[in-house]
Design a protein around this ligand. Structure first.
Ligand code: 9MR
Length: 331
């Protein structure tokens, strides 16, 4: 039984971590989460009231943790992990191996493949080790694919070959066996060439016994343009025995947003959430921020904004209700 909730507030966390009644065969600890960048009191108030999971929007990226070699900066990540522990929230770790937001020293050091392997393993060991037992899922490998389904030519792919993915997962599992280890990417929500590439890699990794536990579907959408194949696509990954999670949901709108677009956005939040919850191994839905005040969208997509469930004054938008309805199907 879920605890009673007010009709307006606190609806995003279905039973604070136990959504066992939402779908058959669902994982016992489904999460609804938010990624945070700035954490002034209004943000944490909403976080604590509405969500039971939190992701560091930037604070656990390599450039934030180890800007120069062997010189670590844990303060922001520690704050987030401590806040989560004090408020009964789970933490999704984001992210260990990526082509972007790395410090410059691994690329500029002219390291051999063997040295780079050692550097990457140390990074993984150090981050997982510091938060051992405190993080329930890690995006170990982020955005490893091109749109055509081939592997992206990053520093890791270029110097280490595609085996870096399996190695990163194995090293992660050895450093802390408790978190679910994920591959996370964007534009893989539809059944398309990119998700096919990832699907084939996931199958190979599982056949080789590599500790891959989940696929993160970032889900950065444009209003009214959710892919119709999303649920079937998530299901094919779930059918491999993998968890699936929406890890970075937002729905951007051309500005200024009309009331019709805000209504469509609400439908999109609901549909995206249902597309995950309707799949047996959906482990949770995370939105990439709480308020439009601190969204990455306007800085990246010129002319777009209003992508999140709360407006810049922390008022719940129609999208809040859509997300809530998606999370609470029988409400
Ligand atoms: O939201 C993040 C933004 O603040 C950073 O400047 C940006 C740098 O790349 O990363 C953003 O988060 C990204 C995430 O880590 C991976 N998926 C895409 C997200 C939006 O760019």
């Amino acid at each position: 039984m879920r605890p009673p909730r007010s009709p307006v507030h606190g609806n995003l966390t279905a039973g604070r971590g136990d959504w066992g009644d939402v779908a058959p065969a669902s994982p016992p600890h489904r999460r609804s989460g938010a990624a945070l960048r700035n954490r002034p009191p209004p943000v944490t108030t909403v976080l604590n009231r509405e969500f039971n999971s939190v992701t560091a929007e930037n604070a656990m990226k390599w450039d934030a943790l180890e800007p120069s070699r062997n010189s670590y900066n844990w303060a922001a990540a520690d704050r987030l992990v401590n806040h989560a522990a004090a408020h009964n929230q789970g933490v999704r770790g984001h992210t260990l191996v990526w082509h972007y937001q790395n410090p410059s020293w691994p690329a500029n050091g002219n390291f051999s493949a063997s040295e780079l392997n050692t550097i990457l393993r140390k990074h993984i060991d150090t981050a997982l080790g510091r938060y051992k037992g405190k993080i329930y899922a890690w995006d170990v490998v982020n955005e490893a694919f091109n749109e055509d389904g081939s592997m992206r030519n990053s520093l890791w792919q270029g110097k280490l070959g595609s085996g870096y993915v399996a190695n990163a997962l194995r090293w992660g599992h050895a450093a802390d066996p408790s978190p679910k280890l994920y591959i996370n990417d964007y534009n893989i929500e539809a059944d398309n060439a990119k998700s096919d590439g990832l699907y084939n890699l996931a199958r190979q990794l599982l056949a080789q016994g590599v500790p891959l536990h989940g696929i993160g579907f970032q889900a950065h959408f444009v209003v009214g343009r959710l892919p119709s194949s999303m649920k079937a696509n998530l299901k094919r990954f779930s059918d491999l025995g993998l968890e699936v999670s929406i890890t970075e949901l937002d729905v951007r709108i051309p500005m200024p947003a009309s009331s019709a677009e805000l209504a469509q956005q609400s439908t999109d939040y609901k549909t995206a959430t249902e597309n995950c919850l309707g799949v047996p191994r959906c482990a949770g839905v995370t939105v990439w921020g709480i308020t439009d005040k601190y969204s990455w969208v306007p800085g990246t997509f010129s002319g777009y904004g209003a992508a999140l469930p709360y407006n810049g004054s922390y008022g719940a938008k129609p999208a809040y209700q859509g997300l809530s309805d998606g999370l609470n199907p029988q409400a």
